[in-house]
Design a protein around this ligand. Structure first.
Ligand SMILES: [Zn+2]
Length: 437
């Protein structure tokens, strides 16, 4: 019998206690000429998130092999296309889809594409097919509002889809930049709020865009890199003696003294060639070629640690419906911080042949979302729970379970219960799943 296994581990971490600090981008005034390359502004004193994984926090990176690209992480995307009442800013569905294609080429280093020379991060993107209310969607949200088109007003407060579960991208005038994020997730000023987003100047969104040389979709690749925790390659200039705690907190990106524009492939600084081919520099779209291995690991660490509800496993998920009412034990939710304190790693999802998918894993979320908590218990034979064996210590909690991958189980209704961590372990039966499809 073929099996696949799901391994989740949570390593202990420390709470970040830096004082809260309002941190907003400092948009540049719209310019008559080329917009600012990137409007992402980093606070000198990050706010902190209330959670911290020192392997990929604001201050440092540990590119451990546990973050090496393995299981595919699929991120649902909603693109909010904000246009003016005159229609300025409109983007066709094909144009929006082209941007998703570019993201997948670039993050996947797909052969035969302009991103082929990069590292395959095993991070994928798709236009959301289900909206926050569980209804079918195209993943494209057309909005007409002249103020919001100017990137003014708190448009996100009424338009954002659950930012813990969707990558919210907005296209508009982007405050005079090609794009920006309000903060890295590790900064903590917007994580968990409706303001958590990526904003892209609409002419540079999709492929082809209309703003040469930023017309190949790499503005969004760059900004999503920030959204997943990456700094600019020139962050901190040449940096200090430890490249994991200074500069861009990454060692396999050459340090550079400042941003590079155009495509100066022989440009040197800090004693080495400048990383002008990297998506996190400021070079032309056609110049950029990839992320590095350590950038990939930092992003995957960021997803599992700071955005644990965002990614979905590859392949069709078991379908899920929320069961409310009697039997809902969500009241037992107990998540004494740090629920996500430290590293949470999902690995080794290996699907055999047979039906398309056998399980879903849980995410942190509110009680009425389909996947709450950190894992699922799967009943694959009859109304029976596979209670996950786990051992707990002050350092790590790890468990693993195997699910028979048998065609005969396809479509079998099962019960799942989410497992939460904190000072206690509790269960909820708020979710029902149908195994396979
Ligand atoms: Zn940037």
């Amino acid at each position: 019998m073929r099996r696949f296994s799901l391994v989740v581990s949570i390593l202990g971490g420390t709470l970040l206690t830096a004082p809260l600090l309002a941190q907003q981008p400092v948009p540049q005034a719209p310019q008559a000429q080329m917009p600012l390359r990137c409007g992402t502004v980093l606070a000198a004193n990050p706010a902190g998130t209330g959670i911290d994984n020192p392997d990929c926090d604001y201050n440092q990176t540990n590119p451990s092999s546990i973050y090496a690209p393995g299981a595919i992480l699929r991120i649902p995307v909603v693109v909010h296309v904000i246009q003016s009442t005159s229609g300025q800013g409109f983007l066709s569905a094909a144009r929006v889809q082209s941007q998703i294609t570019v993201l997948n080429e670039d993050f996947g280093a797909q052969a035969g594409t302009a991103g082929a020379n990069g590292v395959d991060t095993k991070i994928e993107f798709f236009l959301a097919t289900t909206d926050p209310n569980g209804q079918p969607t195209t993943g494209i949200d057309y909005i007409t509002n002249n103020t919001w088109f100017q990137d003014s007003g708190n448009y996100w407060s009424t338009t954002a889809w659950d930012t813990s579960r969707y990558l919210n991208i907005y296209t508009n005038q982007a405050s005079g930049a090609l794009g920006y994020v309000p903060d890295l997730p590790q900064g903590g000023s917007v994580l968990g709020t409706t303001a958590d987003r990526v904003v892209v100047y609409y002419p540079s969104f999709g492929r082809p865009g209309t703003l040469t040389p930023y017309h190949l979709g790499r503005t969004t690749t760059h900004e999503v890199g920030h959204y997943l925790g990456l700094f600019h390659t020139f962050q901190g200039g040449c940096g200090g003696s430890n490249c994991y705690t200074s500069g861009d907190r990454i060692c396999d990106t050459n340090a550079e003294s400042g941003a590079r524009f155009g495509c100066p492939t022989t440009s040197t600084s800090c004693g080495n060639l400048d990383p002008v081919r990297n998506y996190m520099d400021y070079t032309d779209d056609a110049c950029m070629q990839g992320f590095t291995q350590e950038q990939a690991r930092r992003m995957r660490c960021t997803i599992t640690s700071y955005r644990p509800a965002l990614a979905q496993p590859a392949g069709p998920l078991a379908s899920a419906t929320v069961r409310n009412g009697a039997g809902n034990l969500n009241g037992n939710f107990s998540a004494t911080p740090p629920l996500l304190g430290g590293t949470s790693t999902l690995s080794a999802i290996t699907l055999g042949t047979g039906y398309s998918a056998a399980a879903a894993y849980g995410f942190l979320g509110s009680a009425n979302t389909p996947f709450a908590g950190y894992t699922v218990l799967v009943d694959v034979t009859s109304p029976q729970l596979l209670v996950l064996p786990f051992t707990a210590s002050a350092i790590a909690v790890q468990w693993q379970f195997n699910v028979p991958n048998s065609q005969t189980l396809a479509g079998l209704p099962i019960s799942t219960q989410a497992l939460f961590f904190g000072s206690t372990v509790a269960f909820t039966n708020a979710v029902d799943l149908v195994l396979g499809n």
